[in-house]
Design a protein around this ligand. Structure first.
Ligand SMILES: Cc1cc2nc3c(=O)[nH]c(=O)nc-3n(C[C@H](O)[C@H](O)[C@H](O)COP(=O)(O)OP(=O)(O)OC[C@H]3O[C@@H](n4cnc5c(N)ncnc54)[C@H](O)[C@@H]3O)c2cc1C
Length: 585
């Protein structure tokens, strides 16, 4: 199969509203998507939508693609904006549908209420049973890496994805990727890094709960994995800077162009297309099939109520990601992370495949270690990158206008401290002096627009305006800002010992944003060995089963260091794909 087989929902014609004849007209409408305004120009003829042109949008290209194709077609077909969101693109869908409603309102057109029964999903004409050498489950970074390597090792491979779009967390990720001795380090004067140092940082950063043998495989293969992404997959990296995440003794995280996983996932998809790897979306793996000898020989999966069997001669690679977007599962394994938390994660990050692996005999480890990210949008749960001004001096205030923690402390410490404050949230406040260093407003214009529109962020010339917006008592706010401004510079913060030093905040402009902690990364999962083989309860490889990426549980210990997940998924995805392909020979 030469072309990627991405299967999408089809829609039947809907019910149209009837009213008196009205001449054709085209009217613009606007809604708020995940990354700012979505503006559409809707053409109405005789009160019926005949065309929609997307005038302006800044949504995630991969996740929101179906909003501007399938959902748009559905709106026209049903003459309704009262439709279900595209799964995985809820905010983009809402922005688009709201924009259509806005246009209809301005045009004086009454749209139909959707006849949900008229909207049917079309399942593609797939065989109920098919056979491959290797079946890979989960189309994130680990799954794509496995599928591509399996194909290049001569295997006939299929990639199954339960969501309508590929990418998982890998797509929405910052996608910074650690590799010691990478090609950028010498340009920054870093010549003393090594895979062993990277391994030690990783082990210590995870409170020594990771498996050092597996960690060493990751760090020893990190540079080769990064080069493979750059030279074979075509991922572009920024060539004059790196990220230095907490817990690393050297600055070693490569930054993809655009600072997100879109750079990886679009290139992975192109490579899979080139190689003729079928990628079947909307196909959820439900059960691993074992033969009488206990070897995993296939997968039972479902699409829209029908069951499909994918036989796997060599084996199955589990690359289904974590469970950060499954609140029940998060609470089950770590009761302290309860319903107060939203998540930064992609909607498919729900972890049922871990139970599937467990039913097939796999050992799950470190499941209780769940990382929260402290500064996230209270409405959607996504990370507020705009508040990274925190690393340059922005302060965190509670509703009473007091600081309550050292703003540069560990993610888990900040999260717990925020939850103890009134309402379980905080305000992040900074001024132009801090903004001139961090430049987060300039770096994240769509966040700035969207958060301001959502009403969780404000820009003010003075503190009176900040107090009015946040409802923090003015006297308390000014007292805190005065005290902060009297303790500037490294070593002078008598209250919370800010490690890089407070900044003078006596002058505006001021920026403030409301923030809550969100579930970010699940460190636990299937125990694997250095060959990415899934292990059983006795530590023996389960024949025919490999696992890679966030679904596994021995790399990060209690706490994943920034930039290590991308290294993990590419290194072990590649190893798993090759291993399963070899087993098919
Ligand atoms: C906002 C954000 C920023 C991040 N930034 C960084 C960073 O800068 N650097 C870094 O190293 N890490 C970062 N991470 C973490 C990292 O991105 C993830 O841990 C990693 O991408 C996970 O990759 P994966 O391939 O294992 O899983 P995913 O990319 O999540 O892919 C798993 C796929 O499997 C699918 N799936 C699940 N169950 C089934 C099933 N039963 N059948 C079929 N398909 C299924 C899912 O829908 C999903 O598409 C970030 C994470 C987030 C959320």
């Amino acid at each position: 199969m030469k072309r990627s087989m991405t299967l999408v929902a089809g829609l039947l014609a809907g019910v149209f509203a009837f009213s008196a004849y009205a001449a054709p007209q085209t009217v613009e409408g606007t809604g708020v998507g995940k990354h700012g305004d979505v503006t559409v120009a809707v053409t109405f003829d005789n009160n019926k939508i005949t065309d929609i042109k997307v005038v302006r949008e800044q949504e995630n290209k991969v996740l929101a693609a179906k909003v501007f194709t399938d959902l748009k077609d559905a709106v026209i077909a049903t003459n309704s904006a009262d439709l279900d969101a595209i799964s995985g693109a809820t905010f983009s869908s809402k922005g688009f549908l709201d924009a259509v409603k806005d246009a209809a309102k301005k045009a004086g057109v009454t749209l139909s209420k959707a006849d949900k029964k008229a909207i049917k999903k079309a399942a593609a004409d797939l065989p109920k049973v098919s056979s491959y050498d290797v079946v890979v489950i989960g189309a994130g970074g680990a799954g794509f890496s496995a599928a591509i390597e399996a194909k290049n090792a001569g295997a006939n491979v299929v990639l199954l994805e339960k969501m309508p779009a590929v990418g998982g967390n890998s797509l929405i990720s910052g996608a910074e990727m650690n590799a010691a001795r990478n090609w950028v380090q010498p340009k920054l004067g870093i010549t003393d890094d090594s895979p062993e140092l990277h391994a030690e940082d990783t082990y210590k950063g995870g409170d020594k709960k990771g498996d050092m043998n597996v960690i060493r495989v990751m760090t020893n293969n990190a540079l080769d994995a990064a080069k493979w992404c750059r030279d074979y997959i075509g991922v572009r990296f920024i060539d004059d800077n790196l990220f230095w995440f907490g817990g690393h003794s050297r600055k070693r995280a490569l930054i993809p162009v655009g600072h997100t996983g879109t750079e990886f996932i679009t290139k992975f998809q192109t490579k899979a297309d080139e190689l003729g790897i079928p990628v079947i979306t909307n196909m959820k793996a439900e059960e691993l099939i074992k033969d009488k000898n206990g070897r995993v020989v296939g997968v039972k999966a479902s699409m829209q109520g029908s069951t499909y069997t994918f036989n796997a001669k060599g084996g199955v690679v589990l690359a289904t990601g974590g469970f950060g977007a499954n609140p029940e599962m998060v609470k089950k394994y770590n009761p302290s992370i309860d319903e107060r938390f939203k998540t930064t994660d992609a909607p498919g990050t729900t972890g049922e495949a871990l139970y599937m692996a467990e039913r097939a005999g796999a050992q799950l480890v470190n499941m209780q270690y769940i990382q929260t990210y402290p500064i996230c949008d209270p409405i959607s749960g996504v990370i507020e990158l705009i508040a990274d001004s925190r690393f340059d001096g922005a302060i965190m205030l509670n509703q009473e206008g007091k600081r309550f923690v050292e703003e540069m402390d560990r993610r888990d410490v900040l999260s717990q401290a925020i939850l103890k404050q009134t309402g379980g949230y905080c305000w992040v406040l900074w001024n132009d002096k801090i903004g001139a260093i961090s430049k987060t407003i300039e770096a994240h214009p769509t966040e700035y627009e969207a958060f301001t529109k959502q009403g969780i962020m404000a820009t003010c010339d003075d503190l009176k305006c900040i107090a009015d917006f946040t409802k923090i008592p003015y006297d308390s706010l000014t007292a805190t800002v005065k005290r902060v401004s009297s303790m500037t510079g490294k070593g002078n913060d008598k209250d919370f010992h800010h490690r890089s030093g407070l900044v003078d905040m006596s002058q505006g402009k001021y920026y403030v944003i409301k923030a809550v902690p969100s579930v970010h990364h699940t460190m636990g999962g299937v125990r694997i060995n250095g060959k990415a083989q899934a292990l059983d309860k006795n530590g023996n490889p389960i024949p025919g089963l490999w696992a890679a990426g966030e679904v596994t549980g021995v790399t990060h210990g209690t706490n994943r260091l920034g930039g290590n997940a991308y290294t993990d998924i590419i290194v072990f995805g590649r190893i798993a794909g090759k291993g399963a392909a070899e087993a098919a020979k």
